[in-house]
Design a protein around this ligand. Structure first.
Ligand code: PEP
Length: 247
């Protein structure tokens, strides 16, 4: 059976000292749920200090599609691997909207992950306007068709998908259980359309204002295999509290 995943996305938050305190608190906490995979997507400058502790799967929040070269300010997958990073987020809505990352550019990053056998979480999700006119599934299909069309069945184990409605990220307004159930079922059906039974093995996470008050109902929706957590992940104790709702 596939493991459930609880992933923290710190975004551009916390100092190096805060990162150290977080990982110390996480390491010393009593983590009861061995069948849960905890992940931490940290600013790249902290990755080495975090991987040195060997307490949690650590990933990057972004990566370049090339393996090396004249790309000032960028970081490659081989470089991430060399400091112990284990995966990367691709297509977070903040990358798509604030940094204008297009589907074509994101597919280049997916290709780099596949070429380097590097795991990734591919984020998708609609904005409020599309949700209001009922076009959200159309957008999800558009965001995922290129990805699924490009991947080979033997690369599928690298993939996790996160459904993150943009209107729910950092707003305190999470999607309701009907909305989450509909989209997660749709994503699962797309995975099976492209990969048959193998599509059942890809974890699908929900992200968007998950906290201790709403985690129980969100994580009990069918086809929710874990969570990608922003604000509520900045404190290790708060983050770990969410684990009990993923059992
Ligand atoms: C995110 O940034 O991926 C996210 C889900 O943030 P938040 O939990 O703060 O909405």
């Amino acid at each position: 059976m596939r493991k459930k995943i609880l992933a923290a996305n710190w975004k551009m938050n916390l100092s190096a000292a805060d990162a150290q305190e977080w990982i110390t608190n996480f390491s010393e906490a009593n983590r009861l749920y061995a069948e849960l995979e905890y992940r931490l997507y940290a600013p790249s400058i902290y990755i080495q200090q975090l991987t040195d502790r060997k307490a949690i799967h650590v990933g990057a929040q972004n990566v370049h599609s090339m393996d090396l070269g004249a790309f000032t300010g960028e970081i490659s997958i081989p470089q991430l691997k060399s400091i112990g990073a284990q995966s990367v987020l691709i297509g977070h809505s903040e990358r798509r909207t604030i940094f204008n990352e297009t589907d074509a550019l994101l597919l280049g990053k997916v290709e780099a992950c596949c070429r380097n056998s590097f795991s990734f979480i591919f984020c998708c999700g609609e904005n409020e306007d599309l949700r209001n006119v009922g076009e959200h599934l159309h957008l999800i299909r558009e965001q995922l068709s290129g990805l699924l069309g490009q991947m080979k069945p033997e690369q599928l184990e690298l993939l996790t998908i996160a459904y993150e409605p943009i209107w729910a990220i950092g707003t305190g307004q999470n999607a309701d259980t009907h909305q989450i159930t509909e989209v997660h079922a749709f994503i699962r059906s797309m995975l099976m359309e492209f990969f048959g039974e193998q599509g059942r093995n890809v974890p699908i996470l929900y992200g968007g204002s998950v906290n201790a008050e709403n985690a129980e109902s969100i994580f009990s929706c069918p086809e929710v295999n874990g969570g990608l957590i922003g604000g509520a992940s900045l404190n290790a104790t708060h983050f770990l509290q969410l684990a009990s709702f993923l059992q």
